[in-house]
Structures are given as C-alpha cells and as structure tokens.
Design a binder for this molecule. Structure first.
Ligand code: URP
Ligand code: ZN
Ligand code: ZN
Length: 485
C-alpha cells in the first residue's frame, strides 16, 4: 500500500478507546490504523502526542449580517483560518435568510462567500426568519443539496418566527429527515424587561445580562421541546446557558424525546460580572443568551460530564469593538443597540481540552465526542469525526503538555479582542489536517484560500430515540381525518 502520509508513534483517541497506533493516509482518506505502518511519502512523528479527529465547529456566524444589518468581522477566509488554528478541520456556519429573501438567493449568496475563501471543509445550517408558504416550498431543494439542518429563533423581533411558524418548519423538517435548531429565549419576557430597564434609565451593558432572565431561556426551551414533540420532530437546542434549561433537556432526552443540545465555552469560562468591566469593555461580553454565574458554570460542567450535551460549540459571533461592530450606534449606545455576540472559534477546543481534560472534568473520549464525533453524527457529516479507515483524513495532533497564555494574536481572526485574553491554557494543537492536507503546522498556516470543500450532509440520525406521538393525531385519524405531520 502506498501512503501519502503516515502519522507514527502517536496515541490515537476515539470516543471509546485510547491506544498507540500509526495512521496511514492516502488520497485524502484514512486508509489504515495499525500498530506499525511502514513507508509513506511523508512521515509525521507524533511521539508523545495525541492524534484526534479534527474539530467540527457546528455553531459559528461567518460573513453573516445580523438581523439589524451588522456584518460579522470574519469572512470565510479569516473565519476558517481561525477555526483551523483552533484544531478544526470542518465548520458549519449559518446561511441566514432575512425577511423577504428567497432561500435560493440566500444559498447563492453564501456559496459566493464561502467557496472561493474557506480553507477548511464547510456546510451551512439555513436560518429561516420568514416561513411563508413559498419559503417552505423551497426547502426540499435545500435538503436535496445536502443542507440538512436549519435554525429558527424564538427571540429578536426581526427573526422570531412564532410558535406556529416553528410547527410549520418542524413538520417540513420531519418529512425530510432534517434537524431544526433553535435559539430559545422568551421574546416577550425580554422585551418587558427591556422596557422596565429603559424606563429606569438603566442602559449600560450590565443590564443586558439582567434583561434576559434564566427563566426566559427555561420557558422557551420547554416550549420548543413541546412543539417538537407535538409533531415528533428532532430538535437541537443551541447555546444552553442555564441549569434549568439543561435539566429540561436532560429530562426529555432520557424520556426518549428526539432532543439534542450544546453549550458554549463562554458560559463555562465567563460570568455576568464581565459585563461590569469599565468604560467600553463591558460591551465586549454582550451575547445572547447572556453570561450567568459561577453556580451555573458548575452545573453546566456537570451536564457536560454526564452526557446532556452532544457538543460544546463556540457560537463565534465576531463583532469588533469599534464602529463596524459593537459600537455602530455610538460608544455609549444603550445595550439593546449593541451587537450581540463574541468571538471564540480558535479557543473552543484549547479551552475545552485545558479546562475539561486537563482538570479532570471530562475524559479524552468525552473531548472527542464533544469536539467532533457527535457533531458529525448529529449533523450528517458521515465521513468525518473519527480516526478509522474510510473516514476523511481530518486530524489534529495535540501536544498535551504545551502551555500558552491566550492573546489576540493567536486567534488569527479579524477581531480586535478576545474574551479569553490572559487565560492560561495547557494542551495545544500542533498540526491540523483536512482531507490529508496539512492546514496548520507549528503555528504556521499551510492551507490555501478556497481549498475547503462544500460537504453535502446526510439526514439527521435519531437512531433508536423513540420520540413522541401526540394522541390527538391518532384520535383525528380514528374520526377519519389524516392530519398528522
Ligand atoms: O449573541 C449571540 N449569540 N449572537 C449571535 C446570534 C445568536 O443569537 O446566535
Ligand atoms: Zn443564538
Ligand atoms: Zn449563534
């Protein structure tokens, strides 16, 4: 057998096993995993290193306009470069429909942004803000192209599609085996809180966190799951930030509902006290749902450890701390007029490795699941997320001993701050591959613009999850009416 590359002497990690092995790569695929593999045009010495599946970043905003029209600082070049430096070999940003746009136009726009620029493999989740009959009719064509997940919002006035809109989308998704993702916060609660703070003249960034109560997330998660259960559709709850929300997810999962969920590093590493930073600093920590407190961090780690979350995603939403981003409406704009979101695509895995594996909160197998293999399974990337013959050679070689202090320079993004500045990290990706191409090696970018491929994804796999059948549809059928989704 001729190998393009052999990675030798490393410790391979899968979700269930950690073992010494060589990895043989040919034609961009992993073709052998064995105790000793001779040959190879290139031999990479991975002695003392961990050989892991490349990360799959399943929640990031790249070259995307927010609902109020603010463009992210990262495009598909800088966003994918930053992802690659953070040990990712594939990402799935959003293609966002704003009201009035056809889905065909949205996809064409994002193809134009991604294809010439991405240095790593990519797909999109389609954001739907306007589920009109014409838009619902376009969705089968989207699935046919391999875009098998979409996201809806229960908050933000220009994005919120309401409960009936969600039921329509969940129903179409179920028909096609697509996965609906949801940003779950109760819009009316948030708006009511905003009015109260505005009337009291409380407009500094710290009130952003208070204006989006934990109960707003918990209520919306509960409602979203009820809607999904009514039509027995699969649902993925993004960026869970509360103990109560995680507990609902856990309960429903173990009751057999087709529910998946993620949390994000910022909810584990930062708190609402970060919004109290002086001057314009607090605005850098505005994101939705907002940062919480130390007790919540402990609870979320407990849920990570015990399997409530499929993945830990960055929710990289990069808006610079200047007039192009956070301060589009002025340096002293009230918090509702400051762009929501923070960067973190390069820090997601180093943080999870250092804080999770390094401090004994999760195992190496958990790390592989949370960073890569679960996202591959849930989002239909069937050739990714594993070190095994037949899979894409998407590999990250980690030095578990290398220590770094986080700074902006190591993000390689287009941002002017990192919320993780100054954090001490132990464990660092030395070499990252996508389809057998070395894309980052010892801090140097090796990948070329546009070398990433669009990946057509498979339908969601709900495996043996029993789901839910609403009795009312059965009764209607007995009355002679077929109204089931
Ligand atoms: O604050 C955040 N997370 N901004 C990005 C948009 C979203 O809500 O995911
Ligand atoms: Zn969101
Ligand atoms: Zn997001």
């Amino acid at each position: 057998m001729q190998y393009d590359t052999v990675i030798h002497g490393g410790t391979v990690v899968t979700p269930h096993e950690t073992f010494k092995a060589d990895v043989g790569i040919a034609g961009g695929k992993i073709v052998a995993v064995a105790e000793h593999i001779p040959g190879g045009e290139r031999r990479i010495d991975a002695g003392g290193r961990l050989v892991l599946p490349g990360g799959i970043e399943a929640h990031c905003h790249i070259a995307q306009e927010s609902s109020s029209g603010v463009m992210t600082a990262d495009d598909y070049y800088s966003g994918s470069v930053s992802a690659a430096f953070g040990a990712n070999s594939c990402f799935v940003p959003f293609a966002a429909q704003h009201r009035g746009q056809s889905i065909a136009d949205v996809i064409a726009t994002y193809d134009g942004r991604a294809a010439p620029n991405s240095v790593i493999d990519y797909s999109y989740h389609l954001i739907i803000s306007d589920p009109s009959p014409a838009v619902l009719d376009e969705l089968p064509g989207v699935f046919a192209r391999g875009i098998t997940s979409f996201k809806v919002f229960m908050t933000y006035d220009l994005m919120n599609i309401g409960d009936a809109g969600m039921l329509d989308i969940l129903t179409v998704a179920k028909t096609h085996g697509a996965l609906t993702m949801v940003h779950a916060e109760n819009n009316e609660m948030v708006k009511w809180m905003n009015r109260r703070f505005a009337q009291a003249g409380l407009t500094e960034p710290r009130y952003h966190a208070l204006s989006r109560p934990e109960l707003a997330e918990e209520e919306a998660i509960n409602r979203a799951i009820s809607l999904a259960k009514l039509v027995d559709a699969a649902l993925f709850i993004v960026h869970v930030s509360t103990r109560g929300g995680a507990e609902i997810v856990r309960r429903e999962k173990f009751a057999g509902s087709k529910i998946f969920a993620e949390t994000c590093p910022q909810y584990l590493a930062l708190t609402r006290a970060d919004l109290d930073r002086p001057g314009t600093e607090g605005a850098k920590y505005i994101c939705s749902p907002p940062l919480r407190d130390h007790e919540t961090q402990d609870a979320l780690w407990q849920h990570i450890r015990s399997g409530t979350f499929e993945s830990v995603s960055s929710d990289h939403a990069p808006y610079r701390a200047d007039a192009s981003g956070k301060f589009l409406n002025g340096l002293d704009a009230p918090y509702p007029k400051i762009a929501n979101g923070m960067p973190g695509i390069a820090m997601r895995l180093p943080y999870l490795f250092s804080e999770g594996v390094g401090k004994g909160k999760i195992t190496l197998g958990d790390f592989v699941r949370l960073s890569s293999s679960n996202a591959a399974r849930v989002f239909g990337l069937d050739r990714k997320g594993a070190i095994a013959p037949g899979f894409d050679a998407d590999i990250a070689i980690w030095n578990p001993e290398e220590s770094r202090k986080v700074d902006l320079h190591m993000q390689h993004d287009n941002m002017d701050y990192t919320p993780f500045e100054g954090m001490d990290i132990r464990g660092w990706p030395e070499l990252v591959m996508n389809n057998g191409r070395t894309i980052v090696e010892k801090g140097v970018l090796k990948a070329g613009r546009g070398e990433g491929r669009f990946i057509a994804r498979k339908p969601v796999d709900t495996g043996a999850m029993p789901g839910h059948r609403a009795v009312e549809f059965e009764v209607a059928a007995r009355y002679g009416h077929e109204v089931a989704p």
